[in-house]
Design a protein. Structure first.
Length: 203
């Protein structure tokens, strides 16, 4: 039996856009280095971004979700991010670039959580995963020995990363079980001062 929009479930990935520039190029170089030297396939294929939220929804809810994200983004002010140095999460073998001031990103996550959490839970098989520690992934799901060597190498270098300006969120989607996402929405930060959100439930 074929699926319809009420039953088709997709994973939705909401990220902060990292614009092309000095840092973007530096990060791609690090991803290529880790892929080449430590055989990490997930280093190169993922484009630079900062994850805000991962959730699953039935496709029929997609349009309403997009509209709600547009309304939230209108009241976010663009800001700068200063990458610092390379670190790692040993628990899941992730090498990443840390950021200096996490507060603007955490404020966005708090706003998303406050407005979306109750309603998103009703339409998915698992709870929304919100970013708890803003960072920029270089590689993940590495072999433990390769992870330790790559992290030691990257931490030994003073990278002098350039700061970058963040002015929008991007929403991507993919079918469950498929690796690659497709972009379905851009949400520009307009910096409006009166936070007048749509009343009532999201869906």
């Amino acid at each position: 039996m074929s699926e319809d929009a009420e039953t088709r479930t997709f994973e939705y990935l909401l990220v902060l856009d990292i614009p092309k520039g000095a840092f973007y190029s530096s990060l791609l170089d690090l991803k290529k280095l880790v892929k080449r030297k430590y055989d990490c396939k997930k280093a190169k294929v993922t484009q630079p971004h900062i994850t805000l939220l991962v959730t699953c929804l039935h496709e029929s809810r997609e349009e309403r979700y997009i509209q709600f994200l547009k309304e939230i983004s209108e009241y976010i002010t663009p800001f700068d991010i200063s990458p610092t140095n390379c670190k790692g999460y040993q628990s899941n073998l992730v090498v990443y670039v840390d950021v200096k001031d996490k507060l603007p990103i955490q404020a966005i996550v708090k706003r998303l959580r406050g407005k979306l959490n109750r309603t998103l839970k009703r339409y998915q098989s698992f709870s929304p995963r919100y970013c708890s520690d803003p960072h920029i992934t270089i590689a993940k799901d590495m072999d433990k020995a390769d992870y330790e060597m790559a992290l030691a190498e990257l931490k030994s270098v003073d990278h002098n990363f350039e700061y970058f300006h963040v002015g929008q969120m991007i929403l991507l989607k993919k079918r469950l079980g498929i690796f690659r996402h497709e972009v379905i929405g851009y949400f520009e930060f307009l910096g409006k001062t009166e936070a007048r959100y749509v009343q009532g439930e999201l869906f």
